[in-house]
Design a protein around this ligand. Structure first.
Ligand SMILES: C[S@@+](CC[C@H](N)C(=O)[O-])C[C@H]1O[C@@H](n2cnc3c(N)ncnc32)[C@H](O)[C@@H]1O
Length: 277
């Protein structure tokens, strides 16, 4: 599920969103051959590895890296639980700890949206890919989140959310590019990767009655987690207003008689490229 009231980025991918069609696309895009070395940058808990492993590609050498040690440890455990061989390392997309041209294919899913040095990371992807190898980046456009709600209080909660996340962004010393998805072909080109294809994957969520307790709790927890004692007065004020708007919206949604609808959607941009000679 995605929830624009919970996050400024497209965090909630994985199991709910990552279906067989996407795994099919990933496999076709990476075009693995027996013996190929494939790198997953920002592997998280290893969703891609497990999904690809189910396709019985046992002769592949899968290597996964993530900034967070707990994530690579989780990915390694997942892979082992599925009898898969997976090499993991903790490290950053902006300085990959691998020799140049050491992979046949390299990919990242929903990772570059978090990286400050976007261009540096894409050039790192290019560097570690052999000439002619494939590079795939699947990223959202976090500036383009669409929201519709039949309740005026839902419309106001979304406006308050926008003001809150804008305040959080202004207060951050540096923030990642939030339009990363559609920018990938141009970034590929500047790093010596020829863009070959862009596929768009819609990601959406629809509620035809009030969202359940868990959704409201996640929305409140998300605001609370950003209103730390160190948060700026701007963030605190916008956070209080957002929390109050959420209360009003929850009451209105639960009380709604007749047709209620809350819809949100966005796109993931999957950019496939080929490393130049
Ligand atoms: C939204 S998760 C996506 C995980 C996985 N690719 C998936 O789709 O399930 C983003 C991941 O990127 C990792 N990450 C963020 N910045 C990174 C960086 N500079 N280098 C490597 N990994 C990074 C995070 O730790 C997190 O595991």
């Amino acid at each position: 599920m995605i929830d624009v009231l919970t996050s400024a980025t497209l965090k909630h991918l994985r199991e709910d969103w990552w279906n067989d069609d996407f795994t099919d696309f990933l496999m076709a895009a990476l075009a693995p051959r027996p013996g190929n070395r494939i790198l997953d940058i920002g592997c998280g808990a290893g969703t891609a590895e497990v999904r690809m492993g189910r396709r019985h590609l046992s002769q592949l050498q899968l290597v996964s890296i993530d900034l967070r040690f707990d994530r690579v440890a989780a990915a390694a455990r997942q892979a082992a639980g599925h009898n898969q061989r997976l090499a993991v390392a903790a490290g950053s997309a902006v300085a990959l700890p691998f020799a140049s041209a050491s992979f046949d294919s390299v990919y990242a899913v929903a990772v570059l949206q978090h990286v400050l040095d976007l261009s540096g990371s894409v050039c790192e992807m290019a560097r570690v890919t052999r000439p002619g190898g494939r590079v795939l980046a699947v990223e959202p456009d976090n500036s383009a989140r669409h929201w519709y709600c039949s309740e005026p209080a839902g419309v106001e909660a979304y406006a308050a959310r926008n003001r809150f996340f804008a305040a959080v962004r202004r207060a951050a010393p540096a923030a990642p590019d939030d339009t990363v998805g559609p920018r990938m072909p141009a970034l590929f080109a500047t790093c010596g990767i020829e863009p070959v294809e862009v596929r768009l994957f819609p990601v959406s969520s629809v509620h035809l009655s009030s969202p359940g307790d868990q959704v409201w709790a996640a929305r409140r927890a998300a605001v609370a987690s950003l209103m730390t004692p160190a948060a700026s007065p701007d963030v605190i004020e916008a956070g209080r207003a957002f929390a109050a708007a959420l209360d009003v919206y929850e009451q209105a949604a639960r009380a709604a008689t007749g047709a209620f609808v809350e819809m949100q959607y966005t796109m993931l941009f999957a950019t496939l490229g080929q490393r130049g000679a």
